[in-house]
Design a binder for this molecule. Structure first.
Ligand SMILES: [Zn+2]
Length: 189
């Protein structure tokens, strides 16, 4: 295996600026979409609007904060479950936090590019679906939409790493590292 690119989220300042910009762009796009849906009358739902205009606004905001906070460790647990599922038996996942981000990692583990991208993007997809669907079923679609946007903007690292791997035509495998991921190419012979 030959290294094509080392993606270091901890020490690479330019990459960290790119990450912050992507996070902000995801947040802005989500807020704009929600604003459009509110103007169009799709959000909030009838009972949600009533609780927001009355004394329910504070518990509503507290529930939104709780939902956002809970989604973070759940996101990492989904990464961990996917690492174990796709990494095969004996894969050991490490959880922790670095540079004010939670992480789930298997430093050294090498997966095919497709599998690694599934590990990277799985939590964003699953949590987005859950955050949109569950509050919506309970009658709080606006809360779900905002929690989903907050969550997606915190997935900028996953999205950026997957995009860099998928955009590199010769990348065949991806390795998890202490500080990010490493794009690899399998050499013949
Ligand atoms: Zn993630």
């Amino acid at each position: 295996m030959r290294t094509l690119l080392d993606i270091d989220f901890l020490a690479d300042e330019a990459l960290r600026r790119r990450l912050a910009a992507l996070s902000l762009a995801l947040l802005a796009a989500g807020v704009a979409l929600i604003a459009l849906l509110v103007v169009a009358g799709v959000l909030p739902g009838a009972c949600e609007a009533a609780s927001l205009l009355g004394r329910g606004a504070l518990p509503w905001a507290a529930a939104l904060v709780a939902l956002t906070l809970v989604s973070m460790p759940v996101h990492e647990l989904v990464h961990g479950a996917l690492f174990r599922l796709l990494g095969g038996p004996g894969t050991r996942v490490r959880y922790g936090h670095a540079a004010s981000m939670l992480y789930a990692g298997c430093p050294g583990l090498v997966l095919s590019r497709a599998r690694f991208c599934a590990v990277l993007l799985g939590p964003a997809a699953l949590l987005s679906a859950l955050l949109l669907a569950l509050p919506c079923v309970l009658g709080y679609p606006l809360m779900g939409a905002i929690a989903c946007v907050f969550h997606l903007s915190s997935c900028a690292g996953d999205v950026l790493a997957a995009a860099l791997a998928l955009r590199e035509p010769s990348c065949t495998h991806v390795q998890d590292t202490e500080a990010g991921v490493r794009l690899l190419v399998a050499e013949r012979g």
